[in-house]
Design a protein around this ligand. Sequence first.
Ligand code: HEM
Length: 427
Amino acid sequence: MSFLDNKSEILEAAYSALSNNYKGVDVDLYDICKQQRQSDPVIEADFMKSLAVATHADVRHTNPVFAVFKYSDIRQVLSDADTFTSGFIRAGLGQFFGGDGLIILAMDGQEHKETRALLKPIFMPANVRGYTDLISEIAREEFIKPVLPLGKFDLMDFGLYFPIRVIYQLIGFPKDMLGDIYELAAMGLAIIAGPQLDESKLADTITRSVDAADKMRARLVELSKRRREEGDFGRDLISQLILAEHKGQRLTDHEVGTFAGSLLPASGETTTRTFSCLMTILLSRPELWERLKADRSLIPKAINEATRYEGVATVKVRQSSKDTEIRGVKIPKGALVQCLVASANRDEEVFENPDVFDIDRKPAVNFTFGFGPHMCIGQFIAKMELEAALNALMDLMPKLRLDPDYPSPEIKGAQLRGVSEIHVRWD
Ligand code: HEM
């Protein structure tokens, strides 16, 4: 019996629907971005729409749209959260959350500071390090060891289910709720897949994502209520939210449920996609895989370089709160600014030979986890999961390699990048 016997069709369908929604046209995005950096690094245009993806949750907006390609300009936009705000996300994504989702990504100013302060102790390395053994044990005992007799499988089955299993354990779901967890994860994905360029599909996806958000919240509120009644508080997120103080008061079950719910869409598929890029890059370079296997201290460098080289979300959007300018281009109040982080991560002014995957390069921050006040709060968990996954594969699957009977995996996607299948073998 392995995790492959408990696969969830609804989760896999939701993941594929999300990937399809944000894959856009099949172009060489890095080459287009390179040309933009050289000729026109700030343009007035809905660049992402030209790649056929619904970047703005509120697809019917009428705001002017700009696109920014250089590292230094994107750093400026993401750092200055007073001029370049995130509140518009609530107007868009809020409709897919049924209106009252406490979405930290969509908060600005004081509200964002307070919410972030509430979550920070839970997500910082000092706390997250306490999960190392648990995450590693889940990877080895529940996922890798049971599939060893097979000799081959699609690595993306592990890549999809493992991060979800980990995050939901950290959130505080009992292990015997695995079926429910996969269903909840599918709901989280349905919410992110809500935005559509095709308006004829929009009413349907709004209904489906609002329904998903309502159900998800109800389950989390119920879990919070139960944990509070049982008084059995642990290291999990729900327990820590119940015990935390917000504006001098304890959170209600409804607030705990909505906070936890707003984390779910951000925490699973991002790690899945990153795992898919990381493994594609490493297994396509067997000599590098062997080098990492022999010296595990290089694994964090490989993960950092993979997030730079193939970041899973290519764009971050902000809205200008006043008339301003970037690199001399006037940006009116209310404009939406698409920051092409995929372009910034390959900016030759910051990264030498940016199109080469090089774990030995001089370290510099890349923007795959964002930058500034909204920078990913879950990045230490994500990196820990990726490290645990790599170590488990290296220890337990000798001579892990791409299966020559299948086409080589290729990383694709205009807005969300990744690989859907990575067929591997081992001895
Ligand atoms: C490799 C996996 C991940 C990637 C690439 C990623 C990427 C990002 C990015 C780019 C942002 C910034 C969004 C913005 O500026 O608008 C962000 C924010 C966030 N991420 Fe992640 N993330 C990952 C994993 C996770 C995990 C595992 C969790 C939770 C356990 C998480 C929770 C969050 C939250 C709560 C925010 C919002 C922070 C804020 O608005 O202050 N992420 N993430």
